[in-house]
Structure formats: structure tokens, C-alpha cells
Write a protein that binds this ligand. Structure first.
Ligand SMILES: [Fe+2]
Length: 266
């Protein structure tokens, strides 16, 4: 994408998505850094679609402005209605870019889509991969812990809490056990579940596109996954043995979350 276009879109994104650390311009900037990592190491392999992928990264979340449940579809609607000049008809692979934006929340059938081996689904898969790389690792944990107002650990009846902890343990040990219905439940229940959900989701997406990635980007994803897993495991230990770690207090909100996020504990 041309430099002038980038500046133009950064301004539009700032206006529409604002400085929201989770889904605003800071998120787009982080995803763009992931895009650069991918570009650096996979240039030859992806050169026909790299420019389209950069467009998709810039534009994929603008539909969040309307708080629509399907913000991917909303992004495409907004682009076609209000930004024909900024996202003109002659952009290379425009149709495929819209397809990727529209479907970027839809990753449950990613494995089947990628089997088609067409440019359209490869573009979609890479957009999902880059987007989800931002929910894991240090930046992902920061994003989750800073922006969410949900409790650190599951808050509910004892038995239900035990069930949830079991679910988290299971997912950290075997992410393939994640089911579609978990999404909203886990993301809205507690930070621990949110992190676990993101970890399992990112593992699944990585597996779908692994054969297309160079060792460089794979290593980066592994590093981030490892951080998320360690963080999730640590939180889980805190929930299971809070006395052991935070003294007599059963209140798991008292431990130094900031130090954990910075990796001081592992
Ligand atoms: Fe995104």
C-alpha cells in the first residue's frame, strides 16, 4: 500500500476506532508489526497477496464502530458505502480483501477453507493468523488484563468454579478440546478463561496455516504462545492454591498482576 494511503487510513481508523487499546488504532499497529514479521520471512511465498493482506489488516476492524456483532460484515458495508474513494475499485484483489474482512471472525472451518488452496482463502487465513497473534504473548496478555473489567478468576458457585477450572486445565493441555460454543462464555467469564480461550484459538489457527509459514514467523508465534500458556498456568495455580502463593488471602485479585504481565514470575 502506498505511503499516502497508509497515512490516510491511519487517520480514518483513529477517527472510527479511536485509541481503544483492544480494537482501536494501537491494535491495528500491532497487527501491522506482525504483518511485517510475516513479510520479512515469507516474501517470495506470499508476494502475490502481500499488498492485499496489508489492505485487509488496515481495514478489517473499522466495522467495530457500530458495535455490531458481525463487525467483519459491517466493515465491508462501511467501506463500500462511505470509503469508495479511499478504497477504490481498482485496488488489486479488492474482492478477495472484502471476503477476508467479512469472514475474519469465522475460523472454525479454517482447515477446510485452506484446503481449497486458492488466493482468497489463503488471504483470509493469514489475516486471521495475524489478528489472533495480537491476542497472545505479552501484548495479548496486556491487552486482556488492561482492557477487560472481568474478574481474574472464575467467580461463581464453588462447584461451577471447579468445573470451569477443569475446563481451563483441559484446554491448556489439549487445545483441540475447544468448542465453538465456548467463545463468548470463556471470553466474558474471567481473565483466566479469556487467556485460555485465546491460547487455544491461536494454536488452532497456527495449525491450519503452519505449512505456509517460515521458521521465523513460526518461532515468533511459538514464543507468544509459550508466554500465554505460562501466564495461564500461573493464574491457574493461583486459583487452585491461592494460600500457597498469596498467603492466607483467598482473594486472588491481590497478587501483583503487573509483575506477572511483565514476565517477572517466569
Ligand atoms: Fe483485529
Amino acid at each position: 500500500m502506498e505511503r499516502t494511503k497508509k497515512i490516510q487510513w491511519e487517520k480514518i481508523i483513529k477517527k472510527l476506532q479511536e485509541d481503544d487499546p483492544v480494537h482501536g488504532l494501537p491494535h491495528i499497529e500491532r497487527v501491522l508489526r506482525c504483518f511485517d514479521l510475516l513479510k520479512k520471512s515469507n516474501q517470495d511465498h506470499f508476494s502475490p497477496i502481500l499488498d492485499a493482506l496489508e489492505w485487509a489488516v488496515y481495514l478489517h476492524d473499522i466495522g467495530r464502530v457500530n458495535k455490531s456483532l458481525d463487525h467483519g460484515a459491517e466493515s465491508v458495508l462501511i467501506l463500500n458505502k462511505y470509503y469508495k474513494e479511499e478504497f477504490p475499485e481498482d485496488v488489486n484483489m479488492r474482492e478477495e480483501i472484502c471476503y477476508a474482512i467479512e469472514n475474519h471472525q469465522d475460523f472454525f472451518d479454517l482447515k477446510q477453507r485452506i484446503q481449497n488452496k486458492d488466493k482468497k482463502n489463503l488471504l483470509l487465513s493469514l489475516l486471521i493468523l495475524l489478528d489472533c497473534t495480537d491476542v497472545i504473548g505479552e501484548a495479548g496478555i496486556n491487552r486482556t488484563t488492561r482492557a477487560t473489567k472481568i474478574p481474574l478468576a472464575p467467580e461463581c458457585e464453588d462447584l461451577e468454579k471447579e468445573e470451569k477450572i477443569e475446563r481451563v486445565k483441559e484446554l491448556l493441555n489439549d487445545y483441540t478440546k475447544r468448542e465453538e460454543k465456548d467463545r463468548e462464555i470463556m471470553k466474558n467469564s474471567s481473565i483466566l478463561e479469556h487467556i485460555t480461550y485465546n491460547y487455544a484459538f491461536a494454536c488452532q489457527v497456527r495449525d491450519c496455516v503452519e505449512s505456509y509459514l517460515s521458521d521465523f514467523i513460526k518461532k515468533e508465534i511459538e514464543k507468544r504462545l509459550d508466554f500465554s500458556r505460562k501466564f495461564g498456568t500461573y493464574l491457574l495455580e493461583l486459583v487452585i492454591w491461592p494460600r500457597h502463593i498469596v498467603g492466607d488471602s483467598q482473594d486472588t485479585s491481590v497478587f501483583p498482576l503487573k509483575a506477572l504481565v511483565s514476565g517477572q514470575y517466569f
